[in-house]
Design a protein around this ligand. Sequence first.
Ligand SMILES: NC(=O)CC[C@H](N)C(=O)O
Length: 231
Amino acid sequence: MAKIGIVVFPGSNCDRDVHHVLNNVIGVQADFLWHTKDRISSYDAMIIPGGFAFGDRLRAGIIAAHSPIIQEVKRMAKDGMPVLGICNGFQILVESGLLPGALMMNDSLRFVCRWTKVEVKNNKTPFTSQFAPKQTFAIPVAHGEGRYMADSKIIKDLKKKNQIVLQYSNDDPNGSTNLIAAICNEEGNVMGMMPHPERASESILAAEGAGNDAITIFRSLVSNLKQKAIA
Ligand SMILES: NC(=O)CC[C@H](N)C(=O)O
C-alpha cells in the first residue's frame, strides 16, 4: 500500500488540505512529517505543500530549503522517488537546487489569489500521466512570488527536454516566463507547480463551472505508485 509523506514547516498552511484529499478523497495513506526529521524511510513519495514556510523570511522557500527534511528529500529524489512541490513547495524545490530557475515577485507586485486555467504540456510525468495530451483544466493560484524566471539557456533546456509540464492557458497571473506554471527535473520524478490542486480536487470547492480535474495530479501520482509496487 503506497504511503506519501507531507512535509510541514512552521508557516505551512496547505498541508491539511493535501492530507484531506489524499486520505479522504483518494484513499491513500499520507502522513505529516515535521521539518526537523532528518531520516525518512518507508515512504513512496513526498509532497511539499503550500504556505509561508518560516514566514517567507529572506525570500520564499530559502530557509526551508536548508532544513533537515529537505536534505533527506534531496537524497530520496536523487534515488528516483516522486517529489511534488506545490506553490511554497515549488519555491523550496527551486531554492534546494532540485529544480532550475527562480520564483520571483509577481509582475503586479501584488499577491494573486484567484482561479486560472492551465494546459498539460507533458503528460509523461508521475504527476500528469492520467491527463490527456494538451488537456486544459481550471485550478486556483494564491501567491506573491509565483513568477517563474530563468536564463535563456535554462528555458531552452526545459523546452528541449520536455520539462515544462503545465502552462497557464489564456491567462498570465504573475508574468512567468513562457507562462510556466509547473516544471519537472530532467528525470521527471520531481515536479514543482504554483497552482493548488488540493484546492480544486472536490467539486464542492470548484468555482462556477470550474470542475475538479485538478485531482488528476494526485490520481496520477497514486496510479504511478501502484504500478511501481506491482512491477
Ligand atoms: N500559497 C502559497 O503557498 C504561497 C507561497 C508563497 N508564500 C508566496 O506567497 O508566493
